[in-house]
Write a protein that binds this ligand. Sequence first.
Ligand code: PGA
Length: 244
Amino acid sequence: MKSPKVVVLDDYELLSRAGADIVTDLVSGKPDSSVVVATGETPMGLYRQLADKREMGTFDASGLTVLQLDEYRGIDPRDPRTLFGWMMRSFVEPLGISPERVVRFPTDGDAIEACAAYERALEEAGGYDLAILGIGENGHIGFNEPPSDASAPTREIELSQESVESNARYWGGLEHAPRRGITAGMSELLQARKILLVASGRHKLRIVHRALQGPVAPEVPASYLQEAEDVTVLVDREAWEGWD
Ligand code: PGA
């Protein structure tokens, strides 16, 4: 075990480029990598940089297996606000990855069976080669809401009030925001051969430091990244500097 490597970039643009370089290097070394892909605002710049690299002919993602990180439950699967839809529009389609290479979480139906199917697909893919993650202000990774410890499996969960409030902007208000989700488990994510965490902006300052420098505890699920094998954290100055 080594502690996470923290790389501080001047701004979001540079953070996104640095992230895209890391992904490109990894995928050129193993073109059939399996990647678990976060949605959220933070990794979008990184994905745009990857799409630019693809256009320039310097990045080929066509051999990747892509696994969803998390999803809402109890919504129409065709709703464009599914996290699946977001991942398809921001990552899978711009990178020219065949939809057959994507492992999706269903928005409804039997959750136990859905998690088992996801875990079978993950096993077939040989585990995650790469996890691209963001961090919630409450310390969640994926929808592993506090409290989640390192053994938390892939499962259906009740979203925390913080997450519901944070997502309300996408749903036209709190009362319409989904209350349940399904997530890749901590136990699976922490075994990824490489974890890339991205955090940007002042609103992430407290949680980034708490997760990386505070005690490892279920109240901050991202703190378990301190115990994972190969973690790179890309932060901009806003999310890192000025903490004491
Ligand atoms: P954000 O979301 O990238 O939109 O800040 C991160 C998260 O909640 O995991």
